[in-house]
Design a protein around this ligand. Structure first.
Ligand SMILES: [Mn+2]
Length: 426
């Protein structure tokens, strides 16, 4: 983690002094936001909630976005999320929708892939987050002429299948707000890209602080949206452990409106009983060698495939373990398909998950690798080919698992412990 020397150690103390301390002060700020004296009141109050660089940028951006929103007053916008939206994307889209509503802009939040992580499903269900999934079928049938412009939040249009449809419909890109590095040239009327910020939620919260929308604790939609933003901010910063000053200040502001109990239920719901069962199996079956923890968990339903990375997350927390690999056979009953899915988690800085997985499992007949990774994490997917498909015979099913289990272990242990092949082929 890098510590920026420009961060003043006294800035937190300054914040405590100048930040509004009671909700009464907040409501006077809300009133001030629409009155002629707002120019004087808001910057002074913001001093406590934002670093000085963030403050001047935010003020400039808020002025710009107000103008753009004004131009689109009374129109309809499509807000495209990445195909597998995460809490940061979902919550920011909601905050934007509420902002746009003030300009009579109707904004539809749409994603074309799926909500695959239980935590994300819980977030959407528990807060009533207004996001819609458009399947490929729906995409083709949609009347795109209903929309006048398009918005990308927490993405730049490169991670969504909606992009070609947006282009085909000739929709102008009105707004892009993101914290990922620039994905190439982008033509949009309003762009706020801040790769140095850890979560898009931090940017949206700064807009709120600058008066673009006043959250009110008596408005349940505001409370739920603030809770969603808090979850988004936490999940993009590894529970604030990678958060920087700006992110902390944004979450401090959100804590005035967010519902701790609701946030708790979102996090609690993230581990269903079935996920717990998979974690239990991974604990029972794990084999420890050279600080690696390797666990096969047998068969899983397609909907539970996210339990595998969650089990790997858990196993890597054991004392003296730096790397965990968890795998299982995932079967999709509808498609009669079976595939081996695995996840790797490591805390060892010198272990490159991408390299490790590529070396362990190699390539298929077409030369494609069975998996890869990024920093600290990786995954693999091995099709079962001719052996794929559910069989009523439990003895056969057990044998099939044992063969795959032995093969995967053999490949992993060759890398982990080259001198000692623990699985003998004789
Ligand atoms: Mn994000």
């Amino acid at each position: 983690m890098d510590f920026d020397s420009s961060h003043s150690p006294n800035s937190l103390a300054l914040m405590m002094e100048s930040a509004p301390a009671t909700t009464d002060e907040i409501s006077s700020l809300e009133i001030a936001g629409s009155s002629p004296i707002s120019k004087e009141v808001i910057p002074r109050t913001l001093q406590g909630w934002m670093t000085s660089q963030a403050r001047s940028l935010t003020e400039q951006k808020v002025e710009e976005i107000r103008r753009i929103l004004g131009q689109y007053r009374g129109s309809r916008q499509i807000l495209a999320l990445q195909d597998f939206p995460d809490p940061d994307a979902l919550s920011c889209a909601w905050a934007y929708k509420l902002i746009a509503q003030q300009y009579d802009i109707r904004c539809d939040i749409v994603y074309a892939g799926a909500l695959s992580h239980q935590e994300n499903i819980a977030l959407v269900r528990l807060t009533g987050l207004p996001a819609q999934r458009w399947t490929p079928q729906v995409l083709k049938e949609k009347d795109w002429s209903a929309y006048q412009s398009c918005v990308f939040i927490d993405n730049q249009g490169t991670t969504t299948q909606l992009m070609p449809y947006v282009q085909q419909a000739g929709l102008p890109i009105a707004v892009v707000i993101d914290h990922h590095a620039s994905q190439g040239e982008l033509k949009a009327e309003f762009i706020d890209l801040r790769p140095q910020v850890r979560a898009t939620a931090t940017i949206l919260v700064q807009y709120l602080q600058a008066g673009l929308l006043s959250f009110n604790t008596n408005n349940s939609e505001h409370v739920k949206c603030a809770t969603a933003l808090m979850h988004g901010l936490r999940s993009d910063t590894n529970s604030l452990m990678q958060a920087q000053e700006e992110d902390f200040l944004a979450s401090a502001y959100l804590s005035r409106f967010s519902d701790a109990q609701l946030l708790n239920s979102i996090l609690y719901a993230s581990r269903s009983k079935r996920v717990m069962d998979v974690i239990e199996r991974s604990l029972r079956n794990r084999v420890l060698q050279n600080n690696f923890s390797i666990a096969g968990v047998g068969y899983l339903r397609y909907d539970d495939r996210d339990a595998i990375p969650q089990a790997a997350d858990f196993l890597v927390t054991e004392e003296n373990v730096h790397t965990a690999v968890v795998y299982g056979i995932v079967h999709d009953e509808d498609e009669e398909l079976e595939v081996v899915i695995g996840s790797l988690r490591t805390s060892k800085l010198t272990l490159d998950p991408d390299e490790f997985i590529k070396e362990a499992f190699g390539q298929d007949a077409q030369g494609r690798f069975f998996g890869g990774g990024r920093s600290m994490a990786g995954g693999f997917e091995i099709p079962m080919g001719f052996l794929s498909g559910f069989n009523e015979n439990s003895e056969y099913t057990r044998m099939k698992w044992e063969v795959f289990d032995a093969q995967i272990k053999q490949k992993l242990f060759r890398l982990i412990n080259p001198e000692n092949d623990i699985i003998s082929t004789i």
